[in-house]
Design a protein around this ligand. Structure first.
Ligand code: AMP
Ligand code: MG
Length: 411
């Protein structure tokens, strides 16, 4: 894979992701849970339908059911009964008969066509129609939605609201899912205060850990929060060992750069097989990744935007893989850049942007302003990343760029 970089030793995001994917294992333990509580959980079984859905031929309209040939021959039919959803008409239709039928009601034996009531003229029990429908009109056939024994959902599927609706329609109430991934999180840095602490000069509030915990919550992980850990080797060693003993994955932020207080590197090298990478993305760059005795380790950069971007662009897919989820491609769309975007070739940029449909009906995107790795406020009015490829330079207004939407919440 090409690593086009302005600085030696930078690793492309694709290479980093491929190496990580090779090293991580998926959880194997499963549990059976109520389908209704399974939103966001990952299926650990293939699910086949044990029934046809719908289970019987039924009407797509409120109207009348009859045999088309009778209508063609007689033009007026005699209404002999009613079929409601849940209370069908159980007799066989004889020649010249029709049945009043409601949406979802079973189609009586002997009928093959439905006509909606808007096209019917009923006088007493005599019914004629303003149109001759086609045979099979407005019939919903048994199994047309899902066939008995067909594969409906596969192992590795992260269950959405629509999956829950679909599986419920098969009568499925319990599903086997992978157990939740256990992820330990802590922030490092002597300068960090917890939100809620009294403000102190020369200190900063820890933004990374709450943000990472929020991202992990969205991913339905079980989170073990180790708080803030000082830049102290013994303290770090103690917490890393505790975290490793309890979690499948340990995620930290800060201390993985080349500063004098960046002890995380040293401790990790001592405790595990950790690589220190400079990823060719902006913001981002330093990432510690590897194996501790029991878990996978991600050491994210300290700068809040970098930590978030690396989590989104690199750690997310790895965590999905560990959770047993089938990893799909990122949702990338082309959009027209409204303004100029500053960019140096050499690293892939993940700028924060706001996309919308412009007056010509095109998907357009504009930068959300200052893009520094410490400027977390750039996320506030953004709804997407503007993904600028490694080799790309400045973008002129009107050029097409790739965007990655932050969220797909419909289902
Ligand atoms: P480091 O990689 O530890 O040198 O941190 C890089 C920059 O990110 C420094 O300006 C840190 O103060 C800042 N930083 C580190 N951790 C956090 C955090 N949890 N929340 C906010 N900023 C942080
Ligand atoms: Mg630090």
């Amino acid at each position: 894979m090409s690593v086009s970089c302005d600085q030696p030793g930078l690793m492309s995001i694709e290479v980093a992701k491929a190496q990580i994917s090779q090293l991580v294992n998926s959880v194997t333990q499963t549990e059976q849970i109520q389908l209704e509580r399974a939103l966001g959980r990952v299926l650990a079984e293939d699910i086949y339908s044990t029934i046809d859905v719908p289970g019987y031929d039924n009407s797509a309209m409120d109207g009348y059911a009859f045999r088309l040939q009778d209508l063609i021959e007689l033009s007026t039919l005699t209404m002999v009964g009613k079929s409601f959803a849940g209370s069908p008409y159980l007799k066989h239709l004889s020649k010249g008969e029709c049945v009043r039928i409601m949406t979802g009601a079973a189609v009586p034996d002997g009928s093959d066509t439905i006509m909606m009531q808007e096209n019917a003229i009923a006088k007493g029990d005599q019914v004629s129609f303003t149109k001759i429908p086609k045979k099979g009109n407005d019939l919903r056939l048994a199994g047309e939605n899902i066939k008995k024994n067909s594969l409906v959902s596969t192992i590795g599927k992260k269950l959405t609201a629509s999956d829950i609706g679909l599986l419920s329609s098969l009568g499925c109430d319990l599903v086997r899912v992978y157990r939740k991934l256990k992820v330990a999180v802590f922030s490092t840095g002597d300068e960090l205060m917890r939100a809620g602490d009294d403000y102190q000069a020369h200190k900063i509030y820890d933004g990374n850990r709450p943000a990472i915990i929020a991202l992990l919550t969205k991913m339905h992980c079980e989170i073990i929060d180790f708080g803030i850990v000082a830049d102290d080797k013994d303290e770090l060693r103690k917490i890393v060992l505790q975290a490793d003993a309890q979690a499948d994955c340990v995620i930290t932020s800060g201390g993985v750069s080349v500063g004098e207080a960046d002890f995380v590197k040293e401790i990790l090298a001592e405790l595990g097989q950790i690589d220190f990478w400079k990823i060719a993305i902006k913001p981002g760059k330093p990432l510690a990744f590897g194996r501790l005795p029991n878990s996978i380790f991600f050491g994210l950069p300290g700068n809040p935007v970098s930590a978030f971007v690396i989590f989104n662009q690199i750690a997310t897919d790895a965590l999905k893989q560990m959770a047993g989820e089938t990893v799909t491609f990122a949702h990338i769309l082309p959009a027209v850049s409204v303004g100029e975007l500053k960019k140096q070739p050499g690293r892939a940029d993940y700028q924060r942007g706001k996309c919308y449909i412009n007056q010509s009906g095109q998907l357009a995107v504009e930068s959300s302003g200052a893009q520094g790795s410490g400027v977390f406020s750039s996320f506030a009015n953004s709804n997407c990343y503007i993904v600028l490829e490694t080799d790309r330079g400045h973008v002129q207004a009107g050029e097409t760029v790739q965007i990655q939407l932050f969220d797909f919440t419909l289902l």
